[in-house]
Design a protein around this ligand. Sequence first.
Ligand code: XMP
Length: 333
Amino acid sequence: DWDMRGHVEEAVQAIRAQVGDEEVILGLSGGVDSSVAAALIHRAIGDQLTCVFVDHGLLRQNEGDMVMDMFVGQLHAKVIRVDAAEQFLGHLKGVSEPEQKRKIIGREFVEVFKAEAAKLTASGASKNGAKWLAQGTIYPDVIESGGAKSKKAVTIKSHHNVGGLPEQLGLKLLEPLRDLFKDEVRELGVALGLPHEMVYRHPFPGPGLGVRILGEVKKDYADLLRRADAIFIEELRATRDEATGKTWYELTSQAFAVFLPVKSVGVMGDGRTYDYVVALRAVQTSDFMTADWAELPYALLKKVSSRIINEVRGINRVTYDISSKPPATIEWE
Ligand code: XMP
């Protein structure tokens, strides 16, 4: 709408005034906030922006290619894709404790990003060397980091934390979304021409499938999980609720599959199977602090279960998670 277009123009001018002819680096994750920040900054300064996209091998099906198609193929932005899957899996080998896994993934992420950013700030690699680090910080993040969250006595889950990076890299911080709420960020994304599907995507945690594969993370597990998860999401997007006319993807706040490294016996044709289990998780929430499990239609659950078991060799049982938050959390780790 007109208001948002006015906002885009204003934000573009502000970014140009702030950075002048200096270069900017941005860590692109594929999530809504970093994507909208990248699209906005690219609109303002074009090739003065270089995005660094760290693929930790724990992304969803086709996610890396989708990010590249969008930003390089369509927006013609400069994106460096770092394929660090082996490095991440190597460091996660033999580690099954959830907090330890989160810390390793977070630490490696910062390491890989810093190494790439250092190349771009060193003179030679780019014209003058980047002077700015852009982040997709939004207003709720600003409040959270100064407010209640840091005072919490118990850490339930340590989140990805990139605080302190600009100082470590000797870069100035550019945060063009820091006055906006999530809804406004989404509207801005649409106004910038990002696809509705990307802008209205469910949230995805920084550690990715690393916290959706229980216990030790293995490449084979990640491959099975990606396929099961893609089927679940495809069916949620394809199935409409008659009463509201909305898809079940729109009616849920977050939905995904979880890989359980547990084997159970099944029967396929006239043979016995002994394969892994997948749990489906779908929740409805307004703030992600509390959440109810979604009352998905049985017909939808039935279709997803039969497709996963028939199409993903290696999975022979599907369960549905009927735990609310609290006392459960949304993610399993
Ligand atoms: P929980 O599992 O704590 O999740 O109920 C609440 C919301 O936070 C997301 N989540 C994360 N997001 N980095 C993130 O960016 C993380 O480390 C992380 N852990 C959980 C989760 O997907 C849910 O939306």
